[in-house]
Design a protein around this ligand. Structure first.
Ligand code: HEM
Length: 438
């Protein structure tokens, strides 16, 4: 598989056309739209059903680890858009999810940490030893370069091989059942486009190869699944350790959604919609909304920074940034983590406090202070709208139907797992879940 053919690692025109193509067609299948709400909720519902069946029972409650099941729920939604097939029960698919998890948990960099003598790229300990800011910066820069190179090698060796046969099989199945007049999913759209260019002379320029399709599928579900489910795991872990915040979110879910219906994504911008309508009717807007829940999600994205660093990107032309001359070709790495922990933007940044995003009336601030969990600019996350929707619906659904508490005797903290270099992952934890309405 050519890794540079997909969305994440491609550049220039190939990337531009590819990104535009994916966004346009994913939207046709509900990406970023409320029509996807029912599918997302259905996934969380069946996830909780299977958790209740399989987890250890304790009286009316269960003790569960929300790991693979949460990952599968999120991946199924993405996979439905790509391949029109929900495959949580498909053993091959479950194996692929495991490979993704292992890859994220255990990188070549972690292997190096087993041999301290060889480990010249252990950022936390080395970083602090350099006295000057310049040395720290140069070290960090070198570290990120090596991280990227190892990541690519490893991806080909470990991940690429195991997933190749899976994506090829799916592609073949789609090819055999394709109806060009009514594409079912993103793969069909790619195949229709591929066929179109096959009959043209200049196909070299625009032809979509099987490799490109496979690389895009891999990019979309590796970038989308673990990031979103990690967010939800952090939310649960943080909330069980902060019962007062949990109570406020639950109260809001009860007040706005209640029990008579399922949550929907418009609950998140309930007030905006209502406000617009009321403004037209020249009435005053009542304080009914899910601002606190949304603020809590934003605070998790700030406090944890699930993706701490952006990928290595090259500057395409000479430019000035903050008074520094940055020549064409320079590699830029964004430290999203530093921005989220900057005390100039966030008072007491190491404190978890959703209120920092709310105004005096408890409404979400119009201009949220500098937070960019999805990066910003042209390479901003392609799946942001889906990630926001899934996180909001997942959280509200879980709290509408269950209470989550710490398991007595278990030890909890908010330190991320040290092993992962790509995502800030929580350590595995158990949670006590009790159904609210049985
Ligand atoms: C909470 C969830 C998510 C977070 C925190 C997140 C974060 C990010 C970040 C920081 C980047 C920029 C990396 C860089 O170039 O520096 C990115 C890129 C990307 N994300 Fe996400 N993401 C999330 C969910 C998703 C989902 C659900 C999808 C798709 C289904 C997705 C697909 C992508 C793709 C394709 C790119 C590369 C975009 C490009 O280079 O044009 N992400 N994401």
């Amino acid at each position: 598989m050519d890794l540079f053919a997909g969305l994440i690692h491609s550049n220039g025109n190939v990337w531009k056309q590819h990104r535009r193509f994916c966004l346009r067609h994913l939207k046709d299948f509900g990406f970023g739209k409320s029509s996807l709400d029912s599918l997302i909720l259905q996934e969380f519902e069946s996830m909780m059903d299977s958790v209740f069946v399989s987890a250890e029972k304790r009286g009316r409650s269960i003790i569960a680890v929300l790991d693979e099941n949460l990952n599968a729920a999120v991946t199924n939604v993405i996979w439905w858009l790509l391949a029109c097939k929900v495959t949580a029960q498909d053993q091959e698919f479950v194996d692929i999810l495991r490979v993704i998890q292992v890859r994220i948990d255990f990188t070549i960099l972690n292997l190096l940490s087993l041999f301290p003598g060889l480990n010249i790229f252990d950022p936390p300990s080395r970083f602090l030893r350099f006295p000057s800011l310049e040395q720290k910066r140069d070290y960090f820069y070198a570290y990120m370069q090596v991280r990227e190179i190892l990541y690519l090698i490893e991806f080909h060796l470990v991940f690429g091989l195991s997933i190749d046969s899976f994506t090829q099989k799916i592609l073949q199945e789609h090819r055999e059942t394709l109806d060009a007049e009514s594409p079912r999913d993103l793969i069909d759209c790619f195949l229709v486009e591929q066929k179109k260019w096959q009959s043209f002379q200049d196909k070299e320029k625009n032809y979509i190869s099987d490799e490109m399709i496979e690389a895009t599928l891999v990019d979309l579900f590796t970038a989308g699944a673990e990031t979103t489910s990690t967010t939800l795991r952090w939310i649960v872990l943080i909330l069980i350790q902060n019962p007062a915040i949990m109570r406020k979110v639950c109260d809001e879910v009860d007040a706005v959604v209640g029990t008579a219906r399922l949550p929907c994504s418009s609950d998140a911008d309930h007030v905006q919609t209502l406000e617009k309508w009321l403004k037209q009717a020249k009435l005053k807007c009542p304080a009914l909304s899910m601002h606190y829940t949304v603020a809590t999600i934003w605070e998790v994205w700030r406090y944890i920074t699930v993706v701490p660093f952006g990928l290595n990107r090259q500057v395409s032309q000479d430019m000035d940034i903050g008074g520094y001359r940055v020549p064409k070709g320079t590699i830029i790495i964004t430290s999203i983590l530093s921005m989220h922990q900057d005390s100039k933007s966030f008072e007491n940044p190491h404190e978890f406090r959703p209120e920092r995003f709310l105004d005096a009336e408890g409404n979400l601030m119009k201009n949220i202070p500098r937070i960019m969990p999805f990066q910003s600019g042209k390479r901003q996350c392609l799946g942001e709208s889906l990630a926001r929707r899934t996180t909001f619906l997942g959280l509200t659904y879980l709290l509408q139907n269950n209470t989550f508490e710490m398991v007595p005797g278990e030890v909890y903290d908010l330190e991320p797992k040290q092993e992962s270099q790509i995502l800030n992952l929580p350590k595995q934890f158990k949670v006590m879940i009790t159904a609210r309405h049985s």
